[in-house]
Write a protein that binds this ligand. Structure first.
Ligand code: FE2
Length: 138
């Protein structure tokens, strides 16, 4: 199997089925953006892959944020701020890219770094809290 631009590995696991499957889906969408750029797909198609990524990111962030509310997660506000900052940055970059003012390379540098950092720090902290919550029956 050919190596993907960004691979999901166990190191990214949050150990929550839905969250992990969302993260795999987000990584697949990042790879789709990468592959559309690399294959020289037309601009509309490349932009569509970014819109799909933005749409699924919003859907996924709401899923995490709802779960945080349900269990009264204390670090919720800081976590949501990271989500919002990603959505704003992705929106800005997509608009600049559509207008031909931003090279796809900048986006390809940003996406994997953001998602890996966010998942391995912020989401895994939340994952540990979730596991404790369920284990201790809070
Ligand atoms: Fe998150």
């Amino acid at each position: 199997m050919t190596k993907q631009f960004l691979e999901w590995t166990e190191a990214l696991a949050v150990d929550h089925g839905l969250i992990d499957s969302d993260h795999r889906h987000l990584i697949m969408l990042i790879n789709r953006f990468h592959d559309s750029v690399e294959s020289g797909a037309n601009g509309d198609l490349v932009c569509k892959t970014l819109c799909d990524l933005a749409d699924y990111s919003c859907f996924h962030f709401i899923r995490e944020e709802t779960l945080m509310s349900t269990i009264g997660y204390g670090a919720r506000a800081a976590h949501i701020a990271e989500h919002n900052s990603f959505v704003n940055r992705l929106t800005e970059m997509t608009a600049a890219f559509e207008q031909g003012k931003l090279d796809s390379k900048v986006i390809l540098d940003y996406l994997p770094v953001w998602i890996v950092n966010h998942v391995m720090k912020t989401d895994q902290n939340f994952g540990r809290y979730l596991a404790d919550y369920h284990q201790q029956g809070w």
